[in-house]
Design a protein. Structure first.
Length: 266
């Protein structure tokens, strides 16, 4: 079973207008994300979805498939659904890869697709990484300074999500029984589940926590958690102009994520 990856890329970011066109170590952020998606072994199609002619032209300059989506789309999920309808995506599984995830390892996306391929039960899939002792300590300190940063997830024995929260879950009363997993904000959908999700109204817990994935849980949808390992790579995305310099420092320290930054399959 193959999958399609859709990359929503807006121009009018409030904190960083034109963000997809930002150049990081000689390559635009958008092209970097497209190359990551193109190196996912099960991805038979990669589409850039945008609301701006400048981004559309840039995407086509490096031979990416790209489409203009409706200006009525209010978020990336709606843009992915609009893309599915406009370009007639035939793949059963569709991944939403944010256009600022320029350091996302391809194997994280592959793990998501594997979860949906091995078991047809989940309607959605999203990844999470286990926090070791040092990472957990750092996460706790980060929460003290910015309580709204970072999301955790708890799941059942079948790895189906029970809850997502900006709080640190589970509360550790007795150590050694459960681990803490930090949620990574990527999502994969079966086509029919994506159509169902975008038709749903926001829900109380979603509005309380400010987490749109809770809408799926509150409506009884099965959300599978793909537990992943970054294999020593640093997680980073670009939200503001200053983040680009940090991304360049990470690339200089760890090397390019893809061998020789090749487009296409590795």
């Amino acid at each position: 079973m193959t999958a399609a990856i859709v990359i929503p890329a807006r121009y009018a970011s409030s904190r960083f207008p034109g963000k997809p066109l930002c150049v990081v170590s000689g390559v635009t952020m958008l092209e970097r994300v497209w190359r990551i998606a193109s190196n996912v072994r099960q991805a038979s199609r990669v589409v850039i979805a945008t609301d701006d002619e400048r981004i559309l032209a840039h995407a086509r300059s490096f031979d990416a498939e790209a489409v203009m989506t409706s200006p009525a789309c209010t978020n990336g999920t709606e843009r992915v659904y609009d893309t599915m309808e406009r370009v007639s995506i035939s793949e059963e599984i569709i991944l939403n890869l944010q256009g600022d995830a320029l350091l996302m390892p391809p194997w994280v996306l592959e793990a998501m697709i594997d979860e949906m391929t091995i078991d047809r039960t989940p309607e959605l899939v999203t990844p999470a990484v286990r926090l070791g002792e040092a990472a957990l300590d750092e996460f706790v300190e980060q929460k003290k300074a910015r309580p709204g940063s970072g999301t955790t997830v708890v799941f059942d024995v079948n790895k189906n999500a029970l809850y997502f929260s900006k709080a640190i879950l589970p509360h550790i009363r007795n150590a050694g029984h459960a681990h803490i997993y930090r949620h990574i904000g990527l999502y994969g959908y079966r086509k029919e589940a994506l159509a169902r999700y975008v038709a749903l109204k926001p829900t109380p817990l979603e509005l309380t926590e400010g987490l749109e994935q809770l809408r799926a849980l509150e409506h009884g949808m099965v959300v599978r958690v793909a537990t992943v390992d970054y294999r020593g790579r640093t997680h980073w995305s670009i939200d503001a102009p200053g983040d680009a310099a940090i991304a360049e420092t990470i690339i200089e320290r760890e090397g390019e994520l893809l061998d020789a930054q090749r487009g296409g399959k590795a």
